[in-house]
Design a protein around this ligand. Structure first.
Ligand code: IMP
Ligand code: MG
Length: 179
């Protein structure tokens, strides 16, 4: 049984706000990458699954979707700072345009790990990062996304891919538990 209930969530970003933001983000990405060259989305499971699918529908270039899985939170609500690689299987991305798709950048440990791994083993032509949420205030590693949806305070947030003990990823909005 979960200690927290969906009814106790305070909404931070509504379904409509998120939908509009995704269109904005896709417009920027379409402009920056152009429509001719293909783009590989590297979706970081499980958190960015919903965002990645929604974003991809608004992209105009030929898109390849790849999925990797890392874990840093476990089931607690504070970042462990330790990144566990669960599945990093990817096709050859040498000389490709690559966009890492994340749900949230918190301490920055996960993103640093992913950027290092991709640059070292894949040597993409162009590597950028998009995240729904930017928890700037919690950063331990100075790393910034190229694109982000919303900035958030140092609160534990759930919904739209982000989980509370494995649940609530399916909520169409993003919220937090008030106390
Ligand atoms: P970082 O390595 O500390 O930047 O943490 C990144 C990962 O931790 C994200 O990809 C999320 O999966 C998870 N995470 C960070 N903050 C939250 C949160 O507020 N709610 C749910 N998951 C979070
Ligand atoms: Mg994540």
């Amino acid at each position: 049984m979960l200690d927290r209930k969906v009814e106790d969530l305070k909404i931070l970003f509504s379904k409509e706000e998120i939908e509009n933001k995704i269109i904005e983000l896709a417009d920027k990405i379409n402009k920056d990458f152009g429509t001719k060259d293909d783009l590989t989305l590297v979706c970081v499971l499980k958190g960015s699954s919903i965002f990645c699918c929604d974003l991809s529908k608004h992209l105009k270039m030929p898109v390849q979707m790849e999925f990797i899985r890392v874990s840093s939170y476990g089931n607690t609500q504070t970042s462990s700072g330790h990144v566990q690689a669960m599945d990093l299987t990817l096709p050859n991305l040498e000389n490709k345009n690559v966009l890492i798709v994340e749900d949230i950048i918190d301490t920055g440990c996960t993103m640093q790990f992913l950027i290092d791994m991709l640059c070292r083993t894949h040597k993409p032509k162009n590597l950028k990062v998009v995240t729904v949420l930017n928890k700037k205030i919690a950063r331990k590693i100075p790393i910034e996304p190229d694109y982000y949806g919303f900035e958030v305070d140092d609160k534990f947030v759930v919904g739209y891919g982000l989980d509370y003990e494995g649940y609530m990823r399916n909520l169409p909005y993003i919220g937090y538990f008030e106390n």
